[in-house]
Design a protein around this ligand. Structure first.
Ligand SMILES: Cc1cc2nc3c(=O)[nH]c(=O)nc-3n(C[C@H](O)[C@H](O)[C@H](O)COP(=O)(O)OP(=O)(O)OC[C@H]3O[C@@H](n4cnc5c(N)ncnc54)[C@H](O)[C@@H]3O)c2cc1C
Length: 480
């Protein structure tokens, strides 16, 4: 019997696993990556590779969780399906499907780079900032020789720094925010002066190595014949206005890393039927959570970036709280003991969330990114659908939400299950047409990750064999 299944071994999932394990819960952690750590503690994929400071700390965090919980790595949770006795989780490991009926589930599935579509964004050499970071830190691959990193927020400099360490010449780090826009927020952020020190520790070595630090500009297009040759940048424009095509400039590069914020990974929460609410800061629907990180469905918890963006320290605190909440829900902690434990986490979490709330004000996502694509720009990469096709469907009245667009154009029906186009299309269409539901999402579909046909066939065979009533007290898996 598993008390708690934690989906995701990033900061939130690992903190939850350690806390829940120490409280005596039987915990299984599943993560689709071959290494635990998530985005923040991302570990190298090669045994024996040198670790940086954060990776070394991450190793200790992973070991602490491993001491009290079972870690299943290379293991994707591809479906959650509601049954009369609870949520059943389907796990895909080494091409084989299995299912678990844990007594509680914590979704700590993190976030991914919010994609931005602009002319040339599908050229080889153009990638999300997170992908570039994963290539250098985990795969130990150098993704280019001369890079431009463009985006908003400290992540721009974290990625530029990781590339520099990997031996990539970072020609420019281009931050969309301006010092003038940030000034009004500086006094309230001075309580967190240490964070400015961390930012300076990223920026100064970049400057010393010859990287030009620019602000107030956004990427406009990527140029090249068969792969990236140059990046066109333009002033970001006034708030509420599109980027200004006057004043464009071109920088030669064979690598462009783009990072204009993150989107929460919510597919499993939606599959589980968790109530969602639009996060005002993010403009995206995220699972609603109470003071114990419990979602609307009994026994379902959410923590970390999957429940709203706040950074690694917020994710860890939410993971601890969710574990305490799960122990309370399972009556392994009485209410008083749970309150006492939670009271040690909540003040820290409140302070961390206060800082997290400042970041989007200091580094706001620039307006007008949705207007960068031109009619020929591919907006659904899996199904090769252009912006012109999408807008035609909207103009013909065939689609005023993402699901209708999916039926009309095949957008979102491909390999990534709509993760990429689902995150960018509301902004791209909303910037051009009124009447399109800018908060709509594709209905989450099983499986949320690609599953091999052999695994599906093996399951169908198992269902056939188990059609006789089960005496184990477990529900019989249904073909759905
Ligand atoms: C690409 C990217 C890079 C980032 N880099 C930095 C950085 O350098 N510095 C920084 O301060 N912050 C960074 N962040 C922010 C960072 O996500 C958080 O600070 C922190 O890692 C959040 O922790 P988490 O546990 O919520 O999520 P994550 O660390 O994202 O962990 C989520 C885990 O869930 C797993 N997962 C997701 N879905 C499934 C599934 N269906 N089945 C099994 N496993 C699943 C993922 O493999 C992942 O390991 C980054 C975010 C992203 C998206």
């Amino acid at each position: 019997m598993i008390d708690l299944l934690v989906v995701g071994a990033g900061p939130a999932g690992l903190a939850a696993a350690r806390t829940a394990g120490e409280l005596g819960l039987r915990v299984v952690v599943a993560d689709e990556n071959a290494e635990a750590g998530g985005q923040y503690y991302r570990q190298p994929g090669l045994p024996g590779a040198a670790l940086d400071r954060r990776q070394t700390r991450g190793r200790a965090v992973i070991d602490a969780a491993r001491g009290v919980a079972e870690l299943r790595l290379g293991c994707s949770v591809v479906a959650l399906d509601p049954t009369p006795t609870g949520l059943r989780a389907w796990l895909d490991r080494d091409g084989g499907l299995e299912w678990l009926m844990p007594r509680a589930i914590l979704l700590a599935t993190g976030a991914f780079d919010t994609p931005v579509a602009f002319p040339g964004w599908t050229l080889p050499g153009v990638m999300s900032a997170g992908a570039a970071q994963a290539l250098v830190k985990s795969q130990l691959v150098r993704p280019g020789r001369r890079a431009v990193v463009a985006g908003s927020g400290p992540f721009v400099f974290a990625v530029a720094d990781a590339l520099r360490h990997a031996g990539v010449r970072v020609a420019e780090a281009v931050e969309a925010a301006t010092l003038r826009g940030a000034l009004p927020h500086l006094p309230s952020s001075m309580r967190h002066a240490r964070r400015y020190g961390e930012l300076a520790a990223l920026v100064l070595p970049l400057v010393a190595s010859g990287t030009a630090i620019r602000s107030g500009e956004v990427v406009a297009s990527a140029q090249g014949r068969d792969r990236l040759e140059a990046v066109r940048l333009r002033p970001r424009g006034r708030p509420g206005a599109p980027a200004d095509a006057n004043g464009e400039r071109v920088v030669e590069a064979d690598l462009l890393c783009v990072g204009y914020g993150f989107s929460a990974s919510t597919e499993l929460a939606r599959l589980a039927g968790a109530a969602m609410s639009v996060d005002p800061g993010l403009g995206q629907p995220i699972p609603a959570a109470d003071a114990w990180q419990a979602a609307s469905r009994p026994g379902l918890f959410v923590a970390g970036e999957a429940a709203g963006l706040g950074g690694a320290a917020v994710a860890e605190a939410e993971g601890e709280l969710a574990a305490i909440g799960a122990a309370r829900h399972l009556e392994r902690l009485d209410v008083r003991a749970a309150d006492e434990l939670a009271s040690r986490v909540r003040p820290r979490l409140a302070a961390l969330r206060g800082f997290a709330a400042l970041l989007p004000r200091i580094f706001p996502r620039p307006d007008g990114l949705g207007l960068l694509a031109d009619p020929a720009t591919i907006v659904c990469r899996c199904e090769n659908v252009s912006l012109a096709t999408v807008l035609a469907a909207v103009d013909q009245g065939k689609a005023d939400s993402l699901n209708e667009l999916k039926a009309a154009t095949r957008c979102g029906q491909g390999w990534c299950q709509g993760r990429v186009c689902g995150a960018l299309l509301p902004g791209v269409i909303g910037a051009r047409r009124t009447g399109f539901d800018g908060t709509s999402q594709y209905t989450a579909r099983v499986p949320v990750r690609p599953v091999g046909l052999a695994a599906v066939v093996a399951q169908l065979d198992a269902i056939g064999a188990s059609e006789a009533p089960s005496d184990a007290g477990r529900p019989t898996p249904s073909p759905s």
